[in-house]
Write a protein that binds this ligand. Sequence first.
Ligand code: CA
Ligand code: CA
Ligand code: CA
Ligand code: CA
Length: 486
Amino acid sequence: MAATSDGGVTPAGSVDLAPGEDANFKLVLGTVPQAFDVIIAELVTDQSAAIELRNAGYWGVISSSVSRDRFVRGVIGGVPPASTAASAGSPAAIDANLVCQGPCMMFDPGAANFYLRVVNTGNSQLTAQVYLYGYDLDDAYEPDNDLRSGAAPLVDGESGAIELLGDVDYWSAASDLDVTISDPTGIDVEATVYDTCGLAVAGPYDGNETFSVYEGESVRVRAAGEVAATSGRSAYFVTVDPFSGAPRDPGCQQATANQSSSTPVGSVNLSGSAQALFVLSVPGAVRQRDILQVEISKDATLEVLSSSGGSVLYTSHSRDGFVAGSGSLKMAPSLSPSAVSVTRACGGSCVLIHGAASEYLVRLTNDGSPGSVTLYAFGRDFDDTTEPANDSSSTAPVVTDDGQGAIEYVGDEDVWKVVFDGQVSFSAVDGAIALLATVHGTGGGQVAGPYSPGVEFPVYAGEYILVRAANPDAAAVSGKSKYFLF
Ligand SMILES: [Ca+2]
Ligand SMILES: [Ca+2]
Ligand SMILES: [Ca+2]
Ligand SMILES: [Ca+2]
């Protein structure tokens, strides 16, 4: 059965089916997909019937329809399964209509091949014509509105349609508004509000439900379920009313990392255990520094997530350190205070990242005490001055009488070369995260240890000492991870 380009004026084929009988057509789309947004397959009948769009191998059902009101992904219950192999169809064209005249579906074919199966699900003979034609989507904002960046403005009386399975339509608010998205006559829709950072902040709301949208936010409209329909059954309308001012928790803010440890990149007032979100952009000049330090002005939960807002990469609950993932840090037993001055401390929870990405999501969860929380995010050099040479035994520094380093980022390992036979004293700053030292032979194999800070151990010329965090997922600012090898 060949697709037509006349907008559905000419039928592409016909069926004459006894109750329970089906017919199969191999679809010949030719150049029609290049000339139109989508293909419509439609059976013109008021009788009980089903159509199924099947894949190139025939047995996979892509979508189904038993009504002019909608089509759904996959099969529809109650339609008898195919029991015979597909038969090849024959040619022809259609009738341009926003509303189908029987079971119908729209699909974007790409370069794939398809079969159409027509089933008589009624109790009497079904004689009907089948149309297969190229069609341009009626939603004027397609396909730009598939992305938030291509959202159309929310204006009273505007409309859109969910004409394809999986279609999403974004709308943007230029001012504070109350919005209602009407339910289409054929399918149900739902609306979700996204903040200026693209994070879902309210909804989903059903069709005909009124909700508030703040300036700069976006509304995403999609079908409630895996369903779509031609515009006559999937069109929805936008109603805009004066803002009713329902308050909402502080939304997301944009922040840009800098190179100053004393210049905040953002702040937020938080009460109780409220949360705040920042989308943190990290400019190239900051990424080129050794460390990106993300720090807040109090000991509360600081999480650094991948930019999509998906997985938690790092978590810090206090200035004492941080861990990869969402666990919490176990502290080493406190040692006697060190006489050596501490290089750097954080003023609150902080996370240090070596090899920063261009964007993160930063989430703060308040500790219960109300007040303003300040966010810092800055690029800086390692405090550990033997980085990155100490990452490899071939460039490792020599243990002299004042070897010192720090485990500043998750995964940091520091290798030291031994050039004498004797004793080495291993110590760390008071309150440091748990650290370990191991002794390795010239071939790299471990020959002694692990040792914890506060011990002396024997070493021989030619050996190496490796220092790392006891928890391989933990690290801390140098004031909480600095160690000494005497
Ligand atoms: Ca649409
Ligand atoms: Ca869309
Ligand atoms: Ca180090
Ligand atoms: Ca290192």
